[in-house]
Write a protein of this length. Structure first.
Length: 375
């Protein structure tokens, strides 16, 4: 057991990015207590009241209708006499100072750090989730520590992190905490990025994007079958999220965890890449990352590097300019290549940048524009 002061002074606990395929590094935070006094509930932002003290959540596509004293699917929102509350505001269960490349975001402030935070809970259940120990539990089942939005910004600046990342579990379910923190961070010149499954309704997403700097979406697959059977969700709302992000103009990147035999067919990859090019444009980075057996899928092997290479080739053939291979440290597909002269402008090994020859937002060799947020 460790006190809040001792925890913050001595170190940082952390987990890996949600379902990206990068190997897990999980360290729980032990707090001195978890009472209502320590973590007071806060009224949720997106819901409507129904007869008989029921409420309907309007945050994510599930649209949970919740009776009095019950919770929504995510387990972190509770109806109390007709008022819907979030139970995880400022209730941090994991945090770490990560390389921004770990999110992964490759076209956003390369070589900088992100102060990464998470609370318990998620609004889908991926059977391959790398962070199921926090995403698939209720807040009272997880040791947590209280860190206010103001403190998050303060600590991120102390640790020389240019960005705060809402990550590890699913930030949509701690929307209010993310929103309040991002607003405060923006005022103090600190960026905010959401690392999400994209399972969120249009209105709260648009409002949130006004406070964020960038977004990374975990694109689970390009079939409804996979979303339904492997993630307990739906594909359509995620496609709508991606097109909404395009509309807002915010910088975003997409990750697809390649699970052998489940979402790695050539046809699915070709259909997905064509859809991305048509609806999101050729300059949206797409990361194809390696699966490792975990949680409820332990009977499949890690993704072969050849599968990731095939996916990257298909993306290039479909006209996408920035496809990447992930979780294969040292692979040439980790680097950023100029669409004009084809030379590497950012060379990477894992989360480390070996060379960056960008000049502003242009290729240092041929001056071709390289989209992203570089400074």
């Amino acid at each position: 057991m460790i006190t809040r002061r001792g925890f913050l002074k001595s170190g940082i606990a952390g987990t890996c990015a949600l379902c990206t395929g990068y190997g897990p590094f999980v360290s729980a935070i032990s707090a001195s207590g978890s009472s209502e006094e320590e973590f007071p509930a806060k009224e949720a932002m997106y819901y409507k009241k129904l007869p008989e003290a029921r409420v309907e959540c309007e945050l994510c596509p599930r649209g949970c209708k919740v009776a009095d004293l019950e919770r929504g699917y995510c387990g972190v929102r509770e109806n109390r006499d007709g008022i819907y509350y979030t139970l995880v505001h400022s209730r941090v269960c994991s945090l770490n100072a990560d390389p921004i490349e770990k999110k992964p975001l490759f076209h956003y402030l390369p070589g900088t750090k992100a102060y990464s935070i998470a609370t318990a809970g998620c609004n889908i259940e991926c059977k391959f989730c790398q962070n199921w120990q926090i995403s698939q539990f209720r807040p009272e089942q997880i040791d947590s520590i209280k860190i206010t939005p103001e403190e998050v910004v303060k600590f991120s600046k102390e640790r020389k992190c240019d960005t705060i990342a809402y990550t590890y579990s699913e930030p949509v379910v701690f929307y209010e905490y993310m929103y309040d923190t991002a607003r405060r961070a923006k005022l103090e010149g600190v960026g905010s990025v959401m690392i999400s499954n994209g399972y969120i309704k249009r209105e709260p997403l648009i409002e949130l994007c006004k406070e964020l700097s960038a977004v990374k979406i975990d694109f689970k697959a390009f079939t409804e079958k996979f979303y339904k059977e492997t993630c307990s969700g739906e594909l359509k709302p995620v496609l709508e999220t991606l097109t909404t992000l395009k509309e807002t103009g915010i910088w975003f990147e997409v990750v697809m965890l390649m699970v052998p035999t489940l979402n790695d067919s050539e046809k699915e990859l070709r259909d997905m890449c064509k859809w991305i090019n048509k609806n999101l444009g050729p300059d949206v980075p797409i990361h194809f990352t390696r699966f490792h057996p975990t949680y409820k899928i332990k009977n499949l092997p890690p993704t072969p590097a050849k599968t990731l290479e095939m996916a990257r080739d298909i993306a290039l053939e479909a006209g996408l300019n920035f496809p990447y291979t992930g979780n294969v440290p040292g692979h040439p597909g980790e680097s950023t290549y100029c669409p004009g002269c084809k030379k590497a402008v950012i060379k990477r090994v894992g989360f480390t940048i070996l060379e960056n020859t960008l000049k502003g937002n242009e290729c240092g060799n041929c001056e071709h524009p390289i989209p992203g947020l570089w400074h």
